[in-house]
Write a protein that binds this ligand. Structure first.
Ligand SMILES: Nc1ncnc2c1ncn2[C@@H]1O[C@H](COP(=O)(O)OP(=O)(O)O)[C@@H](O)[C@H]1O
Ligand SMILES: [Mg+2]
Length: 365
């Protein structure tokens, strides 16, 4: 789906900043735009500033600097309830003494809507998350997944123009998490609601979102489509955080070859760096892009001989560690009926594309 087809930025964060005290900012000069109807993931490790960002956008905490703009209107100084945003908190924050229907109705009562309209909208919101039959229950009488749906219904019932979700699936077990991914995405697309989805789970971000903003230590590290972020990470941090990767340190010579341990590899150098002087580099190679037993050769391929050091069977995939030229490489292959797994100690040939050998200048430590 082309982002441009949605027509213009709906939500803009302009150099948004948060300082809780002395020391580095929790969020530093964060700028990004979310398009109308877009689902944008804020992805990053714990403590990188995702919740802080979401809370500033939602008006739950004041920003120390910068602006939040919705459809061209500066809302930075507005209280949360006047921002027209539905918020789902990580711990759901349901009212324990109220039943499901009352929890969902709460935001409408705060807005003093007529009783009949509140009742109708609560029923619509509960239908959307398929919870009509449980509306008389208290939160403690619900499973984690059901509580999550109540929180979602409570956010949607005010018919907000923007939906903010803070790790909404992180308390659910793996199978339910996958189901809820699809369900949230379906609802979000059906309503065409502009959404920020906070997560530390890269698979969730890749699977659900139109674009991903990768955050690191309060900064925006990279913004792009899931394909961009996965295939063209701009920093070793992004390559490492999104998807599995081998990280191999090496030294680039004048001909552009990288010596890493006993290996000499061709690398896909970032545009503009090809003429840079030789020096230390970090290579990133995805385990599943390395062909185990690969005989491919030629200018587009790297290849080497190695010895299998460990094989782990995880059902659909075989994960192997292969030692080659003093370097340990993780290699993944899909399991296939009739194809034997390699054995510990077995000699194997590895091959992978030069285009899958991403090179970055070594970061100063
Ligand atoms: N109320 C607070 N007071 C002081 N520091 C805070 C507060 N909330 C968060 N922080 C700090 O701000 C940083 C970002 O936190 P947070 O936004 O919760 O990260 P994330 O949601 O990505 O895990 C962390 O270093 C955290 O310790
Ligand atoms: Mg958080």
């Amino acid at each position: 789906m082309a982002v441009s087809a949605r027509g213009g930025a709906h939500l803009t964060l302009e150099r948004l900043e948060k300082r809780y005290g002395a020391g580095p900012a929790a969020v530093a000069s964060l700028s990004l735009e979310v398009e109308q109807g877009e689902l944008l993931a804020l992805l990053g490790p714990s403590g990188c500033g995702k919740t802080t960002t979401l809370r500033m956008v939602g008006g739950l905490i004041p920003a120390s600097g910068g602006r939040v703009v919705v459809a061209g209107r500066d809302v930075t100084a507005l209280p949360s309830w006047r921002r027209d945003m539905g918020i789902v908190f990580q711990n759901y924050a349901l009212f324990p003494h109220m039943d499901v229907a009352a929890n969902v109705a709460f935001g409408l009562q705060m807005r003093h809507l007529p009783k009949a309209e509140i009742a109708a909208r609560v029923q619509r919101a509960l239908a959307m998350v398929r919870l009509e039959h449980l509306q008389a229950r208290r939160p403690r009488e619900l499973s984690g997944g059901q509580q999550q749906r109540v929180a979602l219904a409570r956010a949607l019932v005010i018919e907000p123009s923007i939906l903010l979700l803070d790790e909404p699936l992180s308390n659910l077990d793996a199978k339910l998490r996958e189901e809820m991914r699809t369900e949230i995405r379906d609802i979000q697309q059906r309503l065409g609601i502009t959404t920020i989805f906070v997560t530390h789970d890269q698979v969730e971000a890749l699977a659900m979102c139109d674009r991903i903003a990768v955050m690191r230590a309060g900064h925006l590290e990279q913004l792009g489509t899931p394909h961009d972020i996965y295939e063209h990470p701009r920093t070793p941090f992004v390559a490492d955080f999104v998807g599995r990767t081998n990280r191999v340190e090496g030294v680039r010579d004048g001909e552009g070859l990288v010596a890493a341990g006993g290996l000499r590899l061709r690398a896909n150098l970032p545009e503009g760096s090809k003429s840079e002087p030789a020096g230390k580099v970090v290579l990133m190679i995805r385990p599943h892009r390395i062909v185990l037993g690969g005989t491919e050769a030629g200018a587009d391929w790297n290849s080497c001989d190695g010895v299998v050091r460990r094989v782990t069977y995880v059902g659909d995939v075989l994960q192997c560690e292969v030692e080659a030229g003093g370097v340990r490489l993780a290699v993944e292959r899909h399991t296939q009926p009739g194809v034997a797994a390699p054995l510990d100690g077995e000699a194997v040939r590895l091959a992978w594309r030069v285009s899958d050998t991403l090179a970055f200048p070594a970061e100063p430590v």
